[in-house]
Ligand binder design. Sequence first.
Ligand code: FAD
Ligand code: NAI
Length: 464
Amino acid sequence: MADYDFDVLIIGSGPGGYVAAIRAAQLGLKTACAESRETLGGTCLNVGCIPSKALLHASELFDEAAHGTLAKWGVKTSGIEVDLDAMHGSRKEAVKGLTQGIEFLFKKNKVEWLKGRASFESADTVKVGDRTVRAKNIVIATGSSVTPLPGVTVDRERIVDSTGALELAQVPKKMVVIGGGVIGLELGSVWRRLGAEVTVVEFLDQILPGFDGDVRKEANKIFKKQGFEFKLSTKVTKAERKGDIVTLTVEPAAGGAAEMIEADVVLVSIGRRPNTEDLALDKAGVQTNQRGQIETDHDFRTKVPGVWAIGDVIPGPMLAHKAEDEGIAVAENIAGLTGIVNHDVIPSVVYTMPEIAGVGLTEEQAKEHGEVKIGKFPMLANSRAKTNRETDGFVKVIADAKTDRVLGVWIIASVGGTMIAQAAQAMEFGATSEDIAYTCHAHPTHSEALKEAAMAVTGKPIHI
Ligand code: FAD
Ligand code: NAI
């Protein structure tokens, strides 16, 4: 490789970047990964997927103990209290273990970690801290950051983004969440379970954009039952902090009379935007689209030879598993193999209780393509869910009316995030609803609800 320092340099060590680095090294390529954070793993491991799931798990355990769920099972508890320091301790331990795990995997696979912020000098040369390196292939995997909301400045104390909401030192009395998407509902759930009153202000007329319409409506009902308050079709125009209180000015999204809401903590969660600004992309000749994303072809090549991009920085859902699969595929493509990601089958999960999961098309999208058949099955009629008192939710299977091929599966169920893997696999193999209906499912499991929803596509479930 003549005067190149590396065959592959990856910028960013999130789920996209670190997976690409490991796979490239496994394929025999001399690989480095530039990361400016003090620990590897990107948003997901440091301030995203993992710490949020640690707090979701801890708060769920508290909720079960404090609000009578355990007692109903004959598990008596008394003197239940939140020890927030211990919860944060567990969160940090989870993050530390996993980020160090990536460091270990880098050493094991001989991936060199270039510590520092990377920026392009040219299409094959990158400056990382005070070192300049040349690489035959460069993969941009710089991820995304919180989208700011004009008029509502994050102060990391009372007005926080997701990172701040993972680190609150006290349970808020009143929390206002701006944005009824995935972060708002997951982190809103954490603090509601621990005792906060939570109001979600959402610009659109329903929460969870991108999810199936039935799922959005049902999720709204379930969260309301759990004590969430929703202000839909509403926008926040201003936030003013006086001492410990933040006053938000809100208006109907379509315009109208303003109203004030007070909170002691405000979470801004209106989406994320790609990290492309500090890379000096112009020096490499790489352009971004109107949303700041780097566009690639199906193989993750940008328009500049030798420069590739994956993960949150390119179009598509901003999800860790999508970034990981793209990481594997890009490394394989660089090595001359055929790396493919089927972007039509990327599952999406909201890790609330119950979990909300989906893969493929929503009913609304599927109907735009042609006639569909729908099968639905309520968790209330699933023996395991009923026994466990986890009866909220349903499974919905959407199939092509002519071919019976499954086009989408949507699940609200306590273990929906686990159940959706089966649906994704079936769809990857081009399954029909009949294929799922005739697959033997272990009893008693929540997954039987997927089988019955598939049976319902042609009108013959057993248990309803
Ligand atoms: P990132 O993980 O963002 O990593 C990019 C890395 O690049 C960062 O470490 C950054 O420091 C580094 N970097 C950026 N610029 C430079 C530079 N110039 N030089 C050097 N390094 C640089 N997704 C899920 O699938 N499941 C979940 O449960 C989930 N939960 C989430 C919870 C929260 C609170 C948040 C915020 C996100 C969550 N996500 C979840 C989304 C998930 O974190 C992202 O989709 C995923 O991390 C994207 O991976 P990535 O590799 O593209 O980028
Ligand atoms: P999101 O896109 O999921 O939701 C943002 C919400 O804010 C939308 O409902 C939108 O309509 C609303 N909104 C936008 N502007 C608004 C305004 N001015 N006022 C009120 N509401 C407004 O984004 P979120 O929740 O910030 O998450 C960012 C990304 O992180 C998501 O794309 C998601 O993919 C990823 N993520 C994934 C998780 C998972 O897979 N479990 C968990 C957390 C984040």
